[in-house]
Ligand binder design. Structure first.
Ligand code: SF4
Ligand code: SF4
Length: 215
């Protein structure tokens, strides 16, 4: 899931300066779960914009599989409301925002309503955690399914830095040391021998951007 955070209203209002009629695009998937671009969130932003004197001509919440894939169809359903607007505010991740821009078929300005933070997992309390950095060469098989690239702030591949204290990371004392978690997990699985396999320096060329996977 792509984790987003809504921008402050003041920042959004700066983007919308000189534009009085706004159409809002949300996201029925990740941004709904993050409470940044679902129907309730879009309605709150709509109310907030209207209180500042702006008119919201309409809104759209593209759904599964992803705002980026559904945006063309959704925008065509709302063409009239969009045409009545001076600008389009997108309450979705950077991928969704760019997809709206690419599929708009008008020169109307598109604006950013959310900051995109990371690819994350959600826990039972509704909190989000980064657990994978899409490095392009997964090592989870060797690390008890705990990612050292992402969950160790130093991205160490061959064991802990030595700074852990009672299992907590020296970079953030509230966070478990990823390598202690890895050790405990491998021990549980009777796979501690995997720690003796020295990992070569990571080939970060596999993360050179922009990446693509074609069929
Ligand atoms: S090693 Fe970590 S960052 Fe790389 S693909 Fe696997 S989980 Fe993602
Ligand atoms: S204490 Fe553990 S998680 Fe923190 S930087 Fe060192 S090895 Fe990585």
């Amino acid at each position: 899931m792509i984790i987003t955070k809504q921008k402050e209203l003041q920042e959004i209002l700066k983007f919308l300066e000189g534009q009085n009629k706004i159409f809002i695009v949300g996201c029925g998937e990740c941004s709904t779960t993050c409470k940044t671009g679902g129907e309730d969130d879009v309605k709150k932003v709509k109310d907030a914009l209207e209180k500042t004197g702006k008119a919201v001509t309409g809104y759209s919440i593209p759904t599964a599989p992803c705002v980026a894939a559904k945006v063309k169809l959704e925008l065509s359903k709302h063409r009239k409301e969009m045409e009545a607007a001076d600008g389009i505010l997108v309450m979705a991740c950077g991928l969704g925002i760019q997809s709206v821009k690419e599929n708009l078929r008008t020169d109307k300005p598109v604006h950013v309503g959310c900051d995109t933070l990371f690819m994350g997992a959600i826990d039972g309390k509704g909190e989000f955690y980064e657990k994978c950095s899409a490095c392009g060469d997964c090592v989870l098989e060797l690390t008890g399914m705990i990612c050292p690239i992402t969950r160790c702030p130093k991205g160490l591949l061959n064991g802990p830095c030595g700074g852990q204290d009672k299992g907590k990371c020296e970079v953030d004392k509230n966070m478990d040391c990823a390598w202690i978690l890895i050790y405990n997990e491998l021990k549980k699985q009777n796979k501690l021998h995997l720690l003796k396999e020295i990992q070569k320096p990571k080939d970060y060329a596999k993360m050179t951007k922009p990446r693509q996977r074609v069929a």
